[in-house]
Design a protein around this ligand. Structure first.
Ligand SMILES: Cc1cc2nc3c(=O)[nH]c(=O)nc-3n(C[C@H](O)[C@H](O)[C@H](O)COP(=O)(O)OP(=O)(O)OC[C@H]3O[C@@H](n4cnc5c(N)ncnc54)[C@H](O)[C@@H]3O)c2cc1C
Length: 390
């Protein structure tokens, strides 16, 4: 067992830390000020352009994309360090391409889809979305009802999706739909690539979410897409979709480490400076225990996340471990950020510090990619089943 990052991965993590320190953190006051004044929690077009140019120049695009598309093909273990550093800043900036759809496409796209969708996506030239959740099926996606029926050589989609991110920017979306109702999640759900726009496919409403950003409700009404839009095997969309969710859940683990570490660093910097009742906060046992517990839990979370990443890199099964990370990381970061808000007192309740943005981000992460309670169910079910098997 080796608990040390390779020199190459450590150098990348350090580079990412520098990018965050020099480029993202200095933008935070402007982003927060605009948001406090009623604007959206987002970068201006100029800020985004400048960050894109800088991150591209530093070689930070396509880190886990295949080399054939100009990527660095880095393992999940390397991406944990990258995502940890990136999440230390609340400046809303992502490095292209977003990993989950990238990995799902790598596993499922045929030659034509690789050339048309995957290659430009891997190079950071396009943005994609994924539409799984429905008004009646979110935490339990097997209950989805959006249907895809063969008509001649085409497919016709009918149904409704909700909470879909990135629809305001995406050029295409992976849409999950039922192709055989009787089989359900076991052979009856397929994935399709839908171009945006496509007739019959409508963005019905934009839903502003806490902490900035929006999701979207989508309607498919006799939306006709070509036979070539099927992604992977017919009926076999659920497995690759679950794999995609695992990629995001490990990423969420890394993000939570970065967020919690930033909050802990803020506590450690502030607590010695602030005196109440004749002594600095850092000398109070209540605060010291928060510091100790936060450091302990961040350490545990880091080990869990790297361990699961190493399993995935080795091609091993990691479903339970990934669910454990999703539960532990999001609850841990929520607690540490909350304690940081408490240590800062009135200042912790303002929109001047990044803490409220961190809290909102973590709060959402306890819902998307599966609510905490569903992951606890998955962990328990797996454990009880394995005990029964002996
Ligand atoms: C910011 C954000 C972005 C999102 N982006 C996307 C996206 O891009 N694409 C997409 O398809 N979806 C997206 N989602 C949807 C997200 O995946 C779902 O909201 C999530 O899976 C929960 O589904 P639901 O809202 O239907 O809640 P439900 O499934 O109705 O669950 C509601 C609550 O019930 C409880 N619960 C549910 N099941 C159980 C159980 N078995 N045991 C105990 N308690 C349980 C939990 O407390 C849960 O929070 C996004 C959501 C958010 C918040």
């Amino acid at each position: 067992m080796n608990f040390k990052l390779s020199d190459e991965h450590q150098m990348l993590k350090d580079l990412m830390a520098r990018f965050v320190r020099e480029q993202l953190i200095p933008l935070e006051p402007a982003v927060l000020k605009r948001e406090a004044g009623g604007a959206e929690f987002m970068l201006t077009a100029d800020e985004k352009k400048r960050l894109d140019a800088k991150s591209k120049e530093l070689g930070l695009w396509g880190l886990d994309a295949p080399e054939e598309f100009g990527g660095s093909d880095l393992p999940v273990v390397a991406m944990v360090g990258v995502n940890e550093e990136l999440a230390r800043s609340i400046t809303p900036y992502e490095l292209p391409p977003d990993s989950p759809n990238l990995h799902m496409m790598q596993k499922t796209a045929n030659a034509e889809q690789r050339a048309k969708y995957l290659a430009p996506y891997a190079r950071g030239e396009t943005i994609s979305a994924i539409a799984v959740s429905e008004p009646g099926a979110g935490g339990d996606p097997a209950g989805m009802t959006t249907s895809a029926k063969r008509v001649g050589g085409d497919w016709v989609l009918n149904g409704r999706k909700i909470w879909v991110s990135k629809m305001d920017r995406a050029q295409w979306a992976i849409v999950m739909a039922v192709t055989d109702k009787a089989k359900g999640a076991r052979g009856g759900i397929s994935a399709f690539i839908v171009d945006i726009p496509t007739p019959g496919f409508k963005i019905e409403r934009r839903i502003p979410m806490i902490g900035g950003g929006s999701t979207f409700e989508l309607v498919f009404e006799n939306c006709r897409i070509p036979g070539s839009a099927l992604l992977g095997e017919e009926g076999n969309g659920f497995g690759p979709m679950q794999g995609r969710l695992s990629t995001r859940r490990i990423q969420i683990g890394a993000w939570c480490i970065g967020i919690a570490q930033r909050a802990l660093d803020m506590i450690c910097e502030y607590a010695p400076q602030r005196s109440t009742f004749g002594a600095p906060l850092s000398e109070r046992q209540a605060i010291q225990w928060w510091v100790a517990d936060a450091a302990t839990k961040i350490h545990a979370c880091r080990l869990m996340t790297y361990e699961a990443a190493a399993r995935v890199d080795a091609g091993e099964e990691a479903r339970s471990q990934v669910s454990m990370i999703k539960v532990f990381a999001t609850e841990m970061a929520w607690e540490v950020v909350d304690q940081a808000m408490q240590v800062f007192g009135g200042m912790g309740m303002t929109k001047e510090l990044p803490l409220q943005a961190m809290a909102n981000r973590v709060r959402k992460a306890r819902i998307y990619e599966g609510p905490t309670e569903v992951h606890r169910m998955v962990i328990a079910r797996e454990l009880l089943r394995s005990k029964r098997r002996g």
